[in-house]
Design a protein around this ligand. Structure first.
Ligand code: ZN
Length: 105
């Protein structure tokens, strides 16, 4: 019956501010909604933030679909440059869809 569940896939934890359930009774406060849909796999990347002369080093690793490679890259970079401060990031490609609310089915 409900054909509006097109946005969030269940396998990935998305920041969906919309409450769960009771979507039938509460009308949307805005005429259109932007749906953010993950379009690819999560990637892991490491970045060196060690302070050097001109600011942070800023060296970035490649991005992998596994976090295991990050430690390898960090160790190699730390060995080569004697840098000690890093951050690990995850990146997900997403698309934004503007969904009109008129087509309630
Ligand atoms: Zn560095």
């Amino acid at each position: 019956m409900l054909l509006l569940r097109t946005s969030s896939s269940s396998d990935a934890a998305v920041n969906t501010p919309q409450p769960e359930g009771e979507t039938m009774t509460s009308p949307a406060p805005v005429p259109t909604r932007k749906e953010i849909q993950i379009t690819g796999i999560r990637r892991h990347v490491a970045e060196c933030v060690t302070s050097v002369k001109d600011g942070p080093c800023g060296a970035r690793s490649n991005s992998w679909d596994s976090a295991l490679h990050l430690d390898v890259w960090i160790r190699a970079h730390a060995d080569e440059y004697e840098h000690k401060k890093f951050v690990k990031r995850t990146e997900e490609p997403v698309n934004v869809y503007t969904k009109p609310t008129q087509g309630r089915q």
